[in-house]
Design a protein around this ligand. Structure first.
Ligand SMILES: [Zn+2]
Length: 230
Protein backbone atom coordinates (compact mmCIF):
# COMPACT_ATOMS: atom_id res chain seq x y z
CA UNK A 1 0.00 0.00 0.00
CA UNK A 2 1.18 3.60 -0.54
CA UNK A 3 3.17 4.97 2.42
CA UNK A 4 0.70 7.79 3.03
CA UNK A 5 -2.13 5.28 3.32
CA UNK A 6 -0.07 3.15 5.71
CA UNK A 7 0.63 6.18 7.89
CA UNK A 8 -3.04 7.09 7.93
CA UNK A 9 -4.10 3.55 8.75
CA UNK A 10 -1.56 3.19 11.51
CA UNK A 11 -2.93 6.35 13.10
CA UNK A 12 -6.14 4.49 13.74
CA UNK A 13 -4.86 0.91 13.98
CA UNK A 14 -1.32 1.17 15.29
CA UNK A 15 0.69 -2.03 15.03
CA UNK A 16 2.55 -2.75 18.21
CA UNK A 17 5.71 -4.78 18.74
CA UNK A 18 4.60 -7.74 20.90
CA UNK A 19 8.00 -7.94 22.58
CA UNK A 20 8.37 -4.38 23.88
CA UNK A 21 5.01 -2.68 23.24
CA UNK A 22 6.46 0.10 21.08
CA UNK A 23 4.69 1.09 17.86
CA UNK A 24 6.07 -0.49 14.72
CA UNK A 25 7.09 1.85 11.92
CA UNK A 26 6.25 0.94 8.35
CA UNK A 27 9.56 -0.78 7.69
CA UNK A 28 9.12 -3.11 10.63
CA UNK A 29 7.10 -6.30 10.38
CA UNK A 30 5.83 -8.38 13.35
CA UNK A 31 8.50 -7.16 15.80
CA UNK A 32 10.58 -3.99 16.03
CA UNK A 33 14.17 -3.86 14.87
CA UNK A 34 15.64 -3.42 18.32
CA UNK A 35 13.81 -6.48 19.69
CA UNK A 36 14.87 -8.46 16.64
CA UNK A 37 18.44 -7.48 17.43
CA UNK A 38 18.12 -8.20 21.15
CA UNK A 39 16.40 -11.60 20.90
CA UNK A 40 19.07 -14.04 22.09
CA UNK A 41 19.83 -16.68 19.47
CA UNK A 42 21.49 -19.87 20.73
CA UNK A 43 23.55 -20.78 17.65
CA UNK A 44 22.86 -24.44 18.56
CA UNK A 45 21.92 -25.42 14.98
CA UNK A 46 25.54 -26.03 14.02
CA UNK A 47 26.62 -27.57 17.36
CA UNK A 48 25.99 -31.33 17.44
CA UNK A 49 26.52 -31.72 21.20
CA UNK A 50 24.70 -28.55 22.34
CA UNK A 51 22.94 -28.63 25.75
CA UNK A 52 19.49 -29.28 24.22
CA UNK A 53 20.81 -32.19 22.14
CA UNK A 54 22.55 -33.60 25.23
CA UNK A 55 19.26 -33.61 27.08
CA UNK A 56 18.13 -36.46 24.81
CA UNK A 57 21.26 -38.58 25.02
CA UNK A 58 20.37 -41.99 26.40
CA UNK A 59 16.67 -41.22 25.98
CA UNK A 60 16.00 -41.31 22.25
CA UNK A 61 18.11 -41.44 19.07
CA UNK A 62 17.97 -38.07 17.33
CA UNK A 63 20.03 -36.84 14.40
CA UNK A 64 20.19 -33.14 15.33
CA UNK A 65 18.46 -31.06 17.99
CA UNK A 66 18.36 -27.30 18.42
CA UNK A 67 16.31 -24.41 19.73
CA UNK A 68 16.72 -21.05 18.01
CA UNK A 69 16.32 -18.71 21.00
CA UNK A 70 16.89 -18.70 24.75
CA UNK A 71 13.56 -18.27 26.48
CA UNK A 72 13.87 -16.15 29.60
CA UNK A 73 11.06 -14.91 31.84
CA UNK A 74 10.48 -11.25 31.01
CA UNK A 75 12.83 -11.56 28.01
CA UNK A 76 12.05 -10.55 24.42
CA UNK A 77 11.17 -14.06 23.25
CA UNK A 78 8.53 -14.90 25.85
CA UNK A 79 5.98 -12.30 24.65
CA UNK A 80 6.27 -13.57 21.08
CA UNK A 81 5.58 -17.17 22.14
CA UNK A 82 2.71 -15.88 24.27
CA UNK A 83 1.24 -13.99 21.29
CA UNK A 84 1.46 -17.13 19.20
CA UNK A 85 -0.10 -19.45 21.78
CA UNK A 86 -2.73 -17.29 23.41
CA UNK A 87 -3.38 -14.18 21.28
CA UNK A 88 -3.99 -15.73 17.84
CA UNK A 89 -0.94 -13.91 16.49
CA UNK A 90 0.17 -16.13 13.62
CA UNK A 91 2.66 -13.55 12.37
CA UNK A 92 4.64 -14.18 15.55
CA UNK A 93 4.83 -17.88 14.64
CA UNK A 94 5.77 -17.19 11.04
CA UNK A 95 8.51 -14.85 12.21
CA UNK A 96 9.91 -17.51 14.56
CA UNK A 97 9.76 -20.17 11.82
CA UNK A 98 11.55 -17.95 9.32
CA UNK A 99 14.31 -17.13 11.80
CA UNK A 100 14.70 -20.83 12.74
CA UNK A 101 14.90 -21.90 9.09
CA UNK A 102 17.49 -19.23 8.24
CA UNK A 103 19.83 -20.89 10.74
CA UNK A 104 18.93 -24.46 9.86
CA UNK A 105 19.58 -24.18 6.12
CA UNK A 106 23.15 -23.19 6.94
CA UNK A 107 23.81 -26.24 9.11
CA UNK A 108 25.25 -29.49 7.68
CA UNK A 109 23.54 -31.34 10.58
CA UNK A 110 20.16 -30.59 9.01
CA UNK A 111 21.07 -31.49 5.43
CA UNK A 112 18.60 -33.51 3.33
CA UNK A 113 15.36 -32.86 5.24
CA UNK A 114 12.42 -34.50 3.42
CA UNK A 115 9.45 -33.41 5.57
CA UNK A 116 8.73 -30.73 8.15
CA UNK A 117 6.50 -32.29 10.84
CA UNK A 118 4.89 -30.10 13.51
CA UNK A 119 4.30 -31.73 16.91
CA UNK A 120 0.60 -32.60 16.64
CA UNK A 121 -1.94 -30.91 18.85
CA UNK A 122 -5.14 -32.65 19.87
CA UNK A 123 -8.12 -31.66 17.66
CA UNK A 124 -9.94 -30.39 20.76
CA UNK A 125 -7.09 -27.97 21.48
CA UNK A 126 -6.97 -26.88 17.85
CA UNK A 127 -10.67 -26.09 18.15
CA UNK A 128 -10.05 -23.87 21.19
CA UNK A 129 -6.95 -22.10 19.83
CA UNK A 130 -7.98 -22.15 16.18
CA UNK A 131 -4.66 -23.62 15.04
CA UNK A 132 -1.64 -25.67 16.05
CA UNK A 133 1.12 -23.24 17.02
CA UNK A 134 3.88 -25.65 15.89
CA UNK A 135 2.23 -25.83 12.49
CA UNK A 136 2.24 -22.03 12.20
CA UNK A 137 5.98 -22.09 12.94
CA UNK A 138 6.37 -24.86 10.34
CA UNK A 139 4.64 -22.67 7.72
CA UNK A 140 7.22 -19.94 8.38
CA UNK A 141 10.00 -22.52 8.01
CA UNK A 142 8.58 -23.90 4.78
CA UNK A 143 8.75 -20.46 3.18
CA UNK A 144 12.53 -20.49 3.65
CA UNK A 145 13.34 -24.21 3.30
CA UNK A 146 10.98 -25.13 0.45
CA UNK A 147 10.23 -28.50 2.04
CA UNK A 148 6.74 -29.97 2.42
CA UNK A 149 4.90 -30.03 5.75
CA UNK A 150 3.44 -33.42 6.67
CA UNK A 151 0.82 -33.67 9.41
CA UNK A 152 -0.93 -36.90 8.37
CA UNK A 153 1.58 -39.52 9.50
CA UNK A 154 2.41 -38.51 13.08
CA UNK A 155 -0.90 -37.97 14.88
CA UNK A 156 -2.06 -37.45 18.45
CA UNK A 157 -4.73 -39.78 19.73
CA UNK A 158 -5.89 -38.56 23.16
CA UNK A 159 -6.10 -35.19 24.89
CA UNK A 160 -3.83 -34.45 27.84
CA UNK A 161 -4.17 -32.01 30.71
CA UNK A 162 -1.96 -28.91 30.71
CA UNK A 163 1.75 -29.73 31.02
CA UNK A 164 2.86 -26.60 32.77
CA UNK A 165 2.31 -27.55 36.40
CA UNK A 166 3.55 -31.13 36.21
CA UNK A 167 6.84 -32.69 37.27
CA UNK A 168 9.10 -34.27 34.67
CA UNK A 169 7.95 -37.80 35.58
CA UNK A 170 4.29 -36.81 35.53
CA UNK A 171 4.77 -35.09 32.17
CA UNK A 172 6.33 -38.22 30.74
CA UNK A 173 3.46 -40.45 31.93
CA UNK A 174 1.17 -37.88 30.39
CA UNK A 175 2.61 -37.92 26.86
CA UNK A 176 4.16 -41.36 26.52
CA UNK A 177 1.33 -43.12 24.68
CA UNK A 178 -0.48 -40.33 22.93
CA UNK A 179 1.22 -40.28 19.50
CA UNK A 180 0.78 -42.86 16.75
CA UNK A 181 1.95 -43.27 13.13
CA UNK A 182 -0.49 -43.58 10.27
CA UNK A 183 1.04 -45.06 7.10
CA UNK A 184 4.59 -45.20 8.55
CA UNK A 185 5.91 -46.40 5.16
CA UNK A 186 5.64 -42.78 3.96
CA UNK A 187 8.43 -41.88 6.40
CA UNK A 188 10.66 -44.94 5.74
CA UNK A 189 14.20 -43.91 4.85
CA UNK A 190 13.27 -40.22 5.18
CA UNK A 191 14.81 -37.36 7.14
CA UNK A 192 12.07 -35.78 9.30
CA UNK A 193 12.36 -32.36 10.88
CA UNK A 194 10.14 -32.30 13.97
CA UNK A 195 9.00 -28.82 15.04
CA UNK A 196 8.00 -27.61 18.51
CA UNK A 197 7.48 -24.16 20.03
CA UNK A 198 9.39 -24.44 23.31
CA UNK A 199 11.50 -27.33 24.63
CA UNK A 200 11.53 -27.59 28.41
CA UNK A 201 11.89 -31.18 29.66
CA UNK A 202 11.82 -32.64 26.15
CA UNK A 203 9.16 -35.21 27.05
CA UNK A 204 6.84 -34.32 24.16
CA UNK A 205 9.70 -34.48 21.64
CA UNK A 206 10.87 -37.79 23.14
CA UNK A 207 7.40 -39.29 22.83
CA UNK A 208 7.01 -38.12 19.22
CA UNK A 209 10.48 -39.28 18.22
CA UNK A 210 10.00 -42.72 19.78
CA UNK A 211 6.93 -43.21 17.63
CA UNK A 212 8.57 -41.78 14.49
CA UNK A 213 11.50 -44.20 14.93
CA UNK A 214 9.10 -47.07 14.27
CA UNK A 215 9.44 -46.16 10.57
CA UNK A 216 12.35 -48.13 9.04
CA UNK A 217 15.49 -46.18 8.22
CA UNK A 218 14.04 -42.89 9.41
CA UNK A 219 16.27 -40.03 10.55
CA UNK A 220 14.67 -37.64 13.07
CA UNK A 221 15.94 -34.10 13.65
CA UNK A 222 14.34 -31.56 15.95
CA UNK A 223 14.02 -27.78 15.87
CA UNK A 224 12.24 -25.62 18.44
CA UNK A 225 11.70 -21.88 18.50
CA UNK A 226 13.03 -21.60 22.05
CA UNK A 227 14.42 -23.58 24.94
CA UNK A 228 13.61 -22.93 28.57
CA UNK A 229 15.09 -24.38 31.73
CA UNK A 230 12.60 -26.81 33.32
ZN1 LIG B 1 10.10 -4.33 20.22
Amino acid sequence: MPPILYDLLSLFYPEVCPSCGNLLNRDEKTICLSCRFLMPKTGYEIVADNPIARMFWGRVRLNAVSACYFFAKKGRVQPLIHELKYKSNRDAGHFLGIEMAKEIIQSPLYEGVDFIVPVPLHPKKIKIRGYNQSEVIAVGMRSVMNKPINKDVLVRQIATASQTKKSREARWQNVKDIFVLHNPELFEGRHILLIDDVITTGSTIEACANVLLQAKGIKVSVAAAACAPS
